[in-house]
Design a protein around this ligand. Structure first.
Ligand code: ADP
Ligand code: MG
Length: 256
């Protein structure tokens, strides 16, 4: 089993969209997948046309089993939803023994091939729990001048965690809101490539279909499977970026 955390202390960079799209993509490739909402905003449920609910709260504060609180979305996809009660989870964790590894302990027992954690844009005990549970951290980032700053913050936090004796975790930088017609985007992408080399994953194009899909309570795989955000830009016979390319990278991590 591989656990992925989608993390960036900045909001609105595409963490939730990316976690939803890739989780559904993995499930369609027959990878048994659990998607976990660690954000008190509870947006994951809405992405599937469901009501928010206190799944994480029931799991951690009420000690209910994961099998009972996870919601079946499709044959290979389960969702552990969240809502504002997730705030209480943070308080519970803060007063527990072994508080940094509570989530890791629960998830490592679970029967899935992949677990995707949608993190909140905050640096609290729940965020640390998510990072410690993760085998791989995906850092979605907008290609703008301030992006590098957010990426460096999260890498610093990861380095601190690694120093405290936890095992090494891999990471990838995922450029989102990529607009190939904008010179700024292009320059920032080059900068990211220079700084992060092979850690840089293919970019996700900016695409109005992405924003629409949430309103329909569907994922891009149903709503707009051939949109530019899914297939990337056409460049002669080649394709640049898109969620399908990123899904292939994730499968490499899972099988590698
Ligand atoms: N590639 C994209 N193109 C256009 N809009 C996007 C794209 N990715 C995300 N969005 C939209 O941007 C907003 C923020 O995305 P979200 O995934 O919620 O970010 P985060 O979880 O980091 O706060 C949402 O309204 C979402 O629909
Ligand atoms: Mg989010």
């Amino acid at each position: 089993m591989k656990i992925f955390a989608f993390a960036n202390q900045k909001g609105g960079v595409g963490k939730t969209t990316t976690a939803v799209t890739l989780a559904d993509g993995l499930a369609r490739m027959k990878v048994k997948t659990l998607l976990v909402d660690l954000d008190p905003q509870g947006h994951l449920a809405l992405s599937f046309g469901l009501e928010k609910s206190p799944g994480l709260y029931r799991l951690i504060c009420l000690d209910e089993p994961l099998e009972k609180v996870a919601v079946r979305i499709s044959a290979n996809l389960d969702l552990l939803p969240g809502d504002k009660q997730t705030e209480k989870v943070k308080r519970q964790i803060a007063i527990s023994d072994f508080r940094e590894a509570i989530l890791a302990d629960i998830l490592h027992e679970a029967d899935y091939d992949a677990v995707l954690l949608d993190m909140a844009p905050s640096l609290d005990v729940l965020h640390i729990n998510g990072l410690i549970a993760a085998d791989w951290v995906v850092i979605p980032t907008r290609p703008d001048a301030l992006a590098l700053d957010g990426v460096k913050e999260i890498l610093t936090t990861m380095a601190e965690i690694n120093q405290n004796g936890h095992r090494y975790r891999g990471y990838s930088i995922l450029p989102t809101f990529f607009d190939r017609t904008t010179r700024e985007t292009f320059l920032q992408f080059q900068e990211l490539a220079k700084t992060f080399g092979e850690h840089l994953w293919p970019p996700i194009p900016q695409d109005t279909r992405v924003r629409e899909t949430v309103a329909y309570g569907k994922t891009l795989w149903d709503y707009s499977p051939n949109s530019v955000s899914m297939n990337g830009y056409k460049d002669g016979k080649q394709r640049l970026g898109g969620y399908k390319q990123v899904l292939a990278r994730m499968l490499e991590v899972i099988n590698g």
